[in-house]
Write a protein of this length. Structure first.
Length: 212
């Protein structure tokens, strides 16, 4: 047991050292973003022309709120932003926050109530499962979250609306990519610079929702 504790402490210390020295963490602190993830969305938005002033956007898996910060900052005061997460999100001016688990009907109903029947221009999803350490189970949960985000976007996006969704390369990834291609005119796989190189994390960009 003592050896396990020592090993865990060494890992935690190494992770903290890497985190503190991380360029993107330092930039997030300097610019006032809540996490380094802000730079992922900034890069994706610039590369794939995702933002327009005054857009209506849903941010899934928003906590702690760095993507929501970027949306508010880049889209301006006339934008409509709804952010959802099972975790608490500190309030942001002009942002509607919904607390709930996106996999559950109650959270989806609360999110739809916040939209009040009005469709949106962009859905962004940084949803990720709590990791169990069992790779196959974790990958299956990640794919499910992606599928739920796609299903939501297909229903709530305006014609020609866009979707950004986190995915993990592994079992089910290609099938999910193909599913997105059935809904969008173009689908791109992106690996932002702020994503850690050792992580299988990528983002799928669905451009221009096809007519139903």
């Amino acid at each position: 047991m003592a050896k396990k504790v020592i090993k865990k402490n060494k890992f935690t210390k190494a992770w903290m050292q890497e985190h503190v020295n991380d360029h993107w963490v330092q930039e997030a602190n300097r610019l006032g973003y809540r996490s380094r993830a802000a730079f992922k969305l900034i890069e994706l938005a610039q590369r794939d022309a995702l933002f327009r002033p005054g857009m209506a956007v849903v941010d899934l898996g928003a906590a702690p709120g760095s993507w929501t910060q970027v949306l508010r900052e880049r889209l301006g005061g006339k934008s409509r932003i709804v952010a959802l997460d099972v975790l608490d999100i500190d309030p942001l001016p002009g942002v509607t926050v919904v607390k709930g688990d996106f996999r559950e009907d109650a959270a989806l109903q609360a999110l739809e109530a916040a939209l009040n029947g009005q469709k949106v221009d962009l859905v962004v999803s940084d949803l990720a499962p709590n990791l169990s350490g069992i790779a196959t189970a974790d990958q299956a949960r990640a794919v499910l979250l992606g599928e739920l985000a796609l299903e939501f976007a297909a229903h709530w996006l305006q014609p020609n609306g866009d979707l950004v969704v986190k995915a993990f390369q592994g079992a089910g990834f290609i099938e999910f990519q193909r599913a997105m291609q059935g809904y969008f005119e173009k689908v791109y796989v992106r690996k932002p610079k702020a994503s850690r190189s050792r992580s299988p994390e990528v983002y799928l960009i669905g451009k221009r929702l096809k007519p139903i």
